[in-house]
Design a protein around this ligand. Structure first.
Ligand code: FE2
Length: 294
Protein backbone atom coordinates (compact mmCIF):
# COMPACT_ATOMS: atom_id res chain seq x y z
CA UNK A 1 0.00 0.00 0.00
CA UNK A 2 1.29 3.45 -0.81
CA UNK A 3 1.56 5.92 2.01
CA UNK A 4 -1.14 8.62 1.90
CA UNK A 5 0.25 12.15 1.86
CA UNK A 6 -0.39 14.30 4.92
CA UNK A 7 -1.70 17.72 4.02
CA UNK A 8 0.57 20.58 5.14
CA UNK A 9 -0.92 23.69 6.76
CA UNK A 10 -0.66 26.36 4.06
CA UNK A 11 -1.71 29.29 6.23
CA UNK A 12 -3.29 30.15 9.57
CA UNK A 13 -5.87 32.93 9.64
CA UNK A 14 -7.28 34.69 12.71
CA UNK A 15 -11.06 35.07 12.82
CA UNK A 16 -12.20 38.72 12.82
CA UNK A 17 -14.79 39.94 15.34
CA UNK A 18 -17.71 41.65 13.61
CA UNK A 19 -21.48 42.14 13.82
CA UNK A 20 -23.96 40.32 11.59
CA UNK A 21 -27.72 40.47 10.98
CA UNK A 22 -29.41 42.80 13.46
CA UNK A 23 -26.15 43.27 15.41
CA UNK A 24 -25.25 39.72 16.34
CA UNK A 25 -21.57 39.25 17.34
CA UNK A 26 -19.67 36.77 15.18
CA UNK A 27 -16.08 35.66 14.73
CA UNK A 28 -15.35 35.41 11.01
CA UNK A 29 -12.28 33.73 9.46
CA UNK A 30 -13.65 34.59 5.98
CA UNK A 31 -14.60 36.53 3.96
CA UNK A 32 -12.17 39.14 5.27
CA UNK A 33 -9.49 41.33 3.71
CA UNK A 34 -7.03 38.55 4.40
CA UNK A 35 -9.02 35.61 3.04
CA UNK A 36 -11.78 35.90 0.46
CA UNK A 37 -13.09 32.36 0.74
CA UNK A 38 -12.10 28.73 0.35
CA UNK A 39 -13.86 27.46 -2.77
CA UNK A 40 -16.66 26.20 -2.55
CA UNK A 41 -17.08 27.83 0.92
CA UNK A 42 -18.06 31.51 0.80
CA UNK A 43 -18.42 32.38 4.47
CA UNK A 44 -17.65 30.92 7.89
CA UNK A 45 -19.15 32.64 10.94
CA UNK A 46 -18.87 31.49 14.52
CA UNK A 47 -22.01 32.95 16.12
CA UNK A 48 -21.10 34.06 19.63
CA UNK A 49 -20.77 32.54 22.08
CA UNK A 50 -22.81 35.40 23.46
CA UNK A 51 -24.79 35.59 26.72
CA UNK A 52 -27.99 37.57 26.23
CA UNK A 53 -29.73 39.18 29.21
CA UNK A 54 -33.52 38.54 29.38
CA UNK A 55 -35.37 40.29 26.51
CA UNK A 56 -32.26 41.34 24.57
CA UNK A 57 -31.38 38.42 22.30
CA UNK A 58 -31.34 39.30 18.62
CA UNK A 59 -30.82 37.46 15.35
CA UNK A 60 -31.09 38.09 11.63
CA UNK A 61 -34.56 39.41 10.66
CA UNK A 62 -36.06 39.02 7.14
CA UNK A 63 -33.46 38.91 4.37
CA UNK A 64 -33.11 37.17 0.97
CA UNK A 65 -30.63 34.64 -0.44
CA UNK A 66 -30.04 33.37 -3.97
CA UNK A 67 -27.43 31.17 -5.62
CA UNK A 68 -25.91 29.23 -2.70
CA UNK A 69 -26.62 27.26 0.51
CA UNK A 70 -26.70 28.43 4.11
CA UNK A 71 -25.83 25.93 6.82
CA UNK A 72 -26.72 26.67 10.42
CA UNK A 73 -25.17 24.43 13.09
CA UNK A 74 -26.26 25.39 16.58
CA UNK A 75 -24.32 24.36 19.69
CA UNK A 76 -26.22 26.36 22.34
CA UNK A 77 -29.43 28.42 22.34
CA UNK A 78 -32.70 28.20 20.45
CA UNK A 79 -33.42 29.73 17.04
CA UNK A 80 -36.64 30.14 15.14
CA UNK A 81 -36.42 29.94 11.37
CA UNK A 82 -39.21 31.20 9.09
CA UNK A 83 -39.20 31.67 5.34
CA UNK A 84 -41.13 32.78 2.29
CA UNK A 85 -42.03 29.17 1.38
CA UNK A 86 -44.09 28.93 4.58
CA UNK A 87 -41.58 26.83 6.53
CA UNK A 88 -41.14 27.28 10.26
CA UNK A 89 -38.40 25.37 12.06
CA UNK A 90 -36.82 25.53 15.50
CA UNK A 91 -33.16 24.78 16.01
CA UNK A 92 -31.73 23.69 19.35
CA UNK A 93 -28.29 22.53 20.51
CA UNK A 94 -26.68 20.13 18.02
CA UNK A 95 -29.35 20.65 15.34
CA UNK A 96 -28.43 21.40 11.73
CA UNK A 97 -30.33 23.24 9.05
CA UNK A 98 -28.90 22.87 5.55
CA UNK A 99 -30.84 25.32 3.40
CA UNK A 100 -30.34 25.35 -0.36
CA UNK A 101 -31.53 28.84 -1.28
CA UNK A 102 -31.28 28.12 -5.03
CA UNK A 103 -33.47 30.54 -7.02
CA UNK A 104 -34.38 32.47 -3.89
CA UNK A 105 -35.91 32.60 -0.44
CA UNK A 106 -36.52 35.26 2.15
CA UNK A 107 -35.95 34.01 5.66
CA UNK A 108 -35.51 35.15 9.23
CA UNK A 109 -33.33 33.53 11.87
CA UNK A 110 -34.08 34.88 15.34
CA UNK A 111 -34.05 33.58 18.92
CA UNK A 112 -37.32 31.84 19.71
CA UNK A 113 -39.79 33.80 21.87
CA UNK A 114 -39.27 31.81 25.08
CA UNK A 115 -35.46 31.98 24.75
CA UNK A 116 -35.60 35.71 24.14
CA UNK A 117 -37.75 36.26 27.23
CA UNK A 118 -35.43 34.30 29.51
CA UNK A 119 -32.10 35.15 27.90
CA UNK A 120 -29.18 32.75 27.70
CA UNK A 121 -26.21 31.69 25.65
CA UNK A 122 -26.18 31.44 21.86
CA UNK A 123 -23.28 29.65 20.20
CA UNK A 124 -23.07 28.04 16.78
CA UNK A 125 -22.01 28.39 13.19
CA UNK A 126 -23.32 29.73 9.94
CA UNK A 127 -21.58 28.58 6.79
CA UNK A 128 -22.28 29.55 3.19
CA UNK A 129 -21.61 26.92 0.55
CA UNK A 130 -21.57 28.01 -3.07
CA UNK A 131 -23.71 26.23 -5.67
CA UNK A 132 -22.42 25.31 -9.12
CA UNK A 133 -23.86 27.38 -12.01
CA UNK A 134 -26.20 24.52 -12.97
CA UNK A 135 -27.85 24.57 -9.50
CA UNK A 136 -28.01 28.28 -8.74
CA UNK A 137 -31.62 28.59 -9.87
CA UNK A 138 -32.85 25.24 -8.50
CA UNK A 139 -35.94 25.14 -6.28
CA UNK A 140 -35.14 25.91 -2.63
CA UNK A 141 -34.61 22.82 -0.48
CA UNK A 142 -34.34 22.27 3.28
CA UNK A 143 -32.71 19.57 5.29
CA UNK A 144 -33.53 20.05 8.96
CA UNK A 145 -31.68 17.44 10.97
CA UNK A 146 -32.19 17.21 14.74
CA UNK A 147 -29.14 16.58 16.92
CA UNK A 148 -30.19 12.98 17.64
CA UNK A 149 -30.03 12.16 13.91
CA UNK A 150 -26.52 13.53 13.34
CA UNK A 151 -24.25 10.45 13.19
CA UNK A 152 -21.50 10.30 15.83
CA UNK A 153 -18.44 8.14 16.24
CA UNK A 154 -15.51 7.73 18.60
CA UNK A 155 -11.92 6.53 18.27
CA UNK A 156 -10.95 3.21 19.90
CA UNK A 157 -9.14 4.97 22.75
CA UNK A 158 -12.16 7.26 23.34
CA UNK A 159 -10.07 10.42 22.98
CA UNK A 160 -11.52 11.56 19.65
CA UNK A 161 -15.22 12.14 19.08
CA UNK A 162 -16.78 13.26 15.85
CA UNK A 163 -20.21 14.47 14.78
CA UNK A 164 -20.64 13.89 11.06
CA UNK A 165 -22.75 16.69 9.54
CA UNK A 166 -21.57 15.95 5.99
CA UNK A 167 -19.15 13.35 4.64
CA UNK A 168 -17.71 10.43 6.58
CA UNK A 169 -15.46 9.87 9.59
CA UNK A 170 -14.49 6.96 11.89
CA UNK A 171 -16.99 4.72 10.08
CA UNK A 172 -19.96 7.09 10.47
CA UNK A 173 -21.68 8.46 7.39
CA UNK A 174 -23.69 11.70 7.18
CA UNK A 175 -27.45 11.74 6.56
CA UNK A 176 -27.35 15.13 4.84
CA UNK A 177 -27.19 15.19 1.07
CA UNK A 178 -25.00 17.87 -0.54
CA UNK A 179 -25.16 19.17 -4.14
CA UNK A 180 -21.39 18.83 -4.61
CA UNK A 181 -19.04 16.68 -2.49
CA UNK A 182 -18.66 18.38 0.92
CA UNK A 183 -17.35 17.18 4.25
CA UNK A 184 -18.36 18.91 7.52
CA UNK A 185 -17.00 17.25 10.65
CA UNK A 186 -17.12 18.48 14.27
CA UNK A 187 -14.25 16.96 16.25
CA UNK A 188 -13.75 16.96 20.01
CA UNK A 189 -10.23 15.79 20.85
CA UNK A 190 -9.07 15.15 24.41
CA UNK A 191 -5.46 15.68 25.54
CA UNK A 192 -3.31 12.91 24.04
CA UNK A 193 -5.86 12.20 21.31
CA UNK A 194 -4.99 12.08 17.63
CA UNK A 195 -6.67 11.30 14.33
CA UNK A 196 -5.60 10.98 10.71
CA UNK A 197 -8.73 11.94 8.79
CA UNK A 198 -8.83 11.07 5.09
CA UNK A 199 -9.81 14.05 2.91
CA UNK A 200 -10.07 13.37 -0.84
CA UNK A 201 -7.17 14.90 -2.80
CA UNK A 202 -9.55 16.90 -5.01
CA UNK A 203 -11.06 18.75 -2.00
CA UNK A 204 -10.02 22.11 -0.60
CA UNK A 205 -9.74 21.65 3.17
CA UNK A 206 -9.55 23.72 6.36
CA UNK A 207 -9.90 23.35 10.12
CA UNK A 208 -11.41 26.01 12.39
CA UNK A 209 -10.57 25.63 16.08
CA UNK A 210 -13.26 27.09 18.35
CA UNK A 211 -12.22 25.75 21.74
CA UNK A 212 -8.82 24.95 23.22
CA UNK A 213 -5.69 24.37 21.15
CA UNK A 214 -5.07 21.69 18.53
CA UNK A 215 -1.87 20.46 16.91
CA UNK A 216 -2.51 20.28 13.21
CA UNK A 217 -0.69 18.97 10.14
CA UNK A 218 2.57 17.04 9.72
CA UNK A 219 4.46 19.69 11.74
CA UNK A 220 1.94 19.49 14.61
CA UNK A 221 1.76 23.28 14.67
CA UNK A 222 -0.42 24.91 17.33
CA UNK A 223 -3.77 26.28 16.13
CA UNK A 224 -5.67 28.14 18.83
CA UNK A 225 -9.30 28.97 19.47
CA UNK A 226 -10.49 31.48 16.83
CA UNK A 227 -7.93 30.41 14.23
CA UNK A 228 -8.46 28.76 10.85
CA UNK A 229 -5.85 26.45 9.35
CA UNK A 230 -6.05 26.17 5.55
CA UNK A 231 -4.49 22.99 4.17
CA UNK A 232 -2.32 22.43 1.12
CA UNK A 233 -2.53 19.35 -1.13
CA UNK A 234 -2.60 15.79 0.18
CA UNK A 235 -4.99 13.01 1.17
CA UNK A 236 -5.00 13.00 4.98
CA UNK A 237 -5.41 15.65 7.64
CA UNK A 238 -3.69 15.04 10.98
CA UNK A 239 -5.29 16.51 14.10
CA UNK A 240 -3.99 16.01 17.62
CA UNK A 241 -4.07 17.56 21.07
CA UNK A 242 -0.91 17.59 23.21
CA UNK A 243 -0.96 15.15 26.16
CA UNK A 244 -0.27 18.02 28.58
CA UNK A 245 -2.96 20.34 27.13
CA UNK A 246 -5.23 22.04 29.67
CA UNK A 247 -8.37 20.51 28.12
CA UNK A 248 -9.94 19.16 24.96
CA UNK A 249 -9.95 21.03 21.65
CA UNK A 250 -13.02 21.40 19.47
CA UNK A 251 -12.87 22.16 15.78
CA UNK A 252 -14.71 21.98 12.50
CA UNK A 253 -12.99 20.24 9.62
CA UNK A 254 -14.54 21.50 6.39
CA UNK A 255 -13.67 20.37 2.89
CA UNK A 256 -15.21 20.31 -0.58
CA UNK A 257 -14.50 20.03 -4.27
CA UNK A 258 -13.82 23.55 -5.60
CA UNK A 259 -16.26 24.79 -8.24
CA UNK A 260 -13.63 26.85 -10.10
CA UNK A 261 -16.35 29.09 -11.52
CA UNK A 262 -16.53 32.90 -11.61
CA UNK A 263 -18.07 34.40 -8.46
CA UNK A 264 -20.21 37.55 -8.64
CA UNK A 265 -21.17 38.49 -5.12
CA UNK A 266 -23.41 41.18 -3.71
CA UNK A 267 -24.55 40.86 -0.10
CA UNK A 268 -26.92 37.89 0.14
CA UNK A 269 -26.74 37.05 -3.60
CA UNK A 270 -23.93 34.93 -5.06
CA UNK A 271 -24.06 34.30 -8.81
CA UNK A 272 -21.59 33.86 -11.69
CA UNK A 273 -22.02 37.20 -13.51
CA UNK A 274 -22.84 40.83 -12.67
CA UNK A 275 -25.88 40.58 -14.92
CA UNK A 276 -27.23 37.70 -12.82
CA UNK A 277 -26.70 39.81 -9.69
CA UNK A 278 -28.69 42.67 -11.23
CA UNK A 279 -31.43 40.19 -12.11
CA UNK A 280 -31.45 38.91 -8.50
CA UNK A 281 -31.81 42.47 -7.16
CA UNK A 282 -34.64 43.21 -9.62
CA UNK A 283 -36.43 39.95 -8.82
CA UNK A 284 -36.14 40.66 -5.10
CA UNK A 285 -37.33 44.27 -5.42
CA UNK A 286 -40.30 43.16 -7.52
CA UNK A 287 -41.37 40.67 -4.87
CA UNK A 288 -40.50 37.51 -6.83
CA UNK A 289 -38.87 35.92 -3.77
CA UNK A 290 -42.26 35.99 -1.99
CA UNK A 291 -42.61 37.10 1.61
CA UNK A 292 -42.76 35.65 5.09
CA UNK A 293 -46.34 35.06 6.24
CA UNK A 294 -47.48 36.12 9.70
FE1 FE2 B 1 -29.75 34.04 6.09
Amino acid sequence: MTELKLRPVREIVDGVQTLEGGGFPVRRPFPTERLDGVDPFLLLDQMGPVDWPPGEAIGAPDHPHRGFETVTYLLEGKLEHKDSKGNVAYLGPGDVQWMTAGSGVIHSEVPDAEFKRRGGRVHGFQIWVNLPARDKMMSPRYQDVPAADIPQAESEDGRVKVRVVAGESLGAQAVIDTRTPISFLHFTVKPGGSIDQPVPAEHNAMAYVFSGEARIGPESGAVREGQLAVFGPGEVVRIAVAPDAAGPAELLLLSGVPLNEPVARYGPFVMNTDQEIEQAITDYQQGRFGEIGV
